[in-house]
Design a protein around this ligand. Sequence first.
Ligand code: GLV
Ligand code: MN
Ligand code: MN
Length: 410
Amino acid sequence: MKVNGKRVVSRLEEIYQCGRKEDGTFTRMAFSAEDVKGRKLFASWAEALGMTCRVDEAGNLIARMKGQDEKLPAILMGSHLDTVPDGGKYDGVLGCVGGLEICETFKEEGYIPRHPIEVIVFTDEEGFRFGKGLTGSSAICGHDPGVSDAEADIYGEERGKVMESYGITSADMLKAAKDPSSVHCFIELHVEQGARLYKTDTSVGVVSSIAGVNRYDVMVTGEANHAGSTAMADRRDALVAAAGFINKIPEITAEYGNEFTVATVGTIKVTPHSVNVIPGTCTFSLEIRDQDEKIMSLIEEKLRGLLEEICKKYGVTHTFVPTSFHEPAPMSEWVKENVEKAVKELGIDYCTIPSGAFHDSLIMTSVFPTGMIFVPSEKGISHSRYEYTKDEDIENGCNVLLQTVLNVDR
Ligand code: GLV
Ligand code: MN
Ligand code: MN
C-alpha cells in the first residue's frame, strides 16, 4: 500500500493559496479569514472521504475515520494549518494533509483499520498573534492554554472577538481535553525546519525529542530626552543598553551552551519611538531553547547577570519577566520504534534527530504516546516563503507515516 504523492503535493499548494493576501504574501494567521478558508477546504476533503468532522471547544478541527472496533483507542495524526507571517507551504500543513492522505489511501485500498483514526488540525500552533502558541494541543492534553477573551493580539484585537470565527470562547477551551485512554498514539509528520537532513542528504528523520522553550519579556528603562541637545555623555539610552545586551547573546550561548542551544530576541519596541527622541524604554522578547533543561537554566542565569551588568554601565534599569516555559520533550520510545521499523521496512535512508522547532507534539507527548517524522527542508529554510521540500521527500515522509500507522494498528 502506498500514498499518492502527487495528490499530497497538489493539496499543499491548494491550502497555500488560501493564505494569499492582497500585499502579495501568503499568511494564514490563526482565526483569520484565510485560516478559516484553509480549514473549510481541509474539512471538505475529509468529508468527501466519508470522515466525520467536528470542531472541539478549543477550536481543533477533528476528522474521524471509523475503525473495525470503535471501542479501541484512536490513532491520532495531524498538525496545524496556521502560519507565521509570510510563512511557507509545508510547516504544519504537511502533517494535516499527510494524515488525510493515509485515510484516503486506506479508503482506496479498501483497508479498514482496527483502530479508529483521527486527523487533527490544531488551533493556533504558531502563536505569534497572541504571543503564545500550542493552544489547541494544550487544551486537548488538559493543560490550561493560559488564554482569556479579554487579551489583545499584536494588532490590538480582542481574543474573544477574533475567536468568533471558530465559534469558541476561552472559558470553554479545557472541555476539549481528551481522555488518555481514548488515544492509542499521536504521530506528527513535519518538515525539519533545520538543515541536518539537508546537509547530510538524508531522506527521513526519526525525531528523538523536541527542544524546550523558555520565553521572557524584558524591559529596559532609561530616560527619554532631546536627541539634539543631550550630550552623549549625559544620555541614559534604553536602546543602546538593550543593543549591548543583545549583541552579547551569541557569546553566552557559545560559552555555556551546546550545539543545540539557541537564544533569540525576535521582537523589539522603543518608546516614544520618535526620530528626534532618545529611547526612554526598550521592550523586547527573549527566547531560550535547548534539549537540556539544565543548560536552559544556566543560559538564563548568565543572561540575567549580563543584563544587570550592562544596565549598570549605562545607568538604566530593567525588568526580566518569564512568560512561558516548556521543558524539553522526549518522544515515546514505543512510537519511535514503530517509526524506525516503518522506515526500515520501506528501505528509506534515515537518521535519528532532535527537533529545535516546537510542535504540537511537544505538548501531546506529555499525555499521549507521541512520535514525529521529519522530512528535509531545502537549505534548512522555514518560517519563510522560501520554505521548500522536494516532492519525493514529501512522498517518502507520507509513506513512512502510512507504514507507521499500519504498524501501530496491528
Ligand atoms: C514553531 O514553529 C516554533 O518552533 O517556534
Ligand atoms: Mn509547525
Ligand atoms: Mn512553525
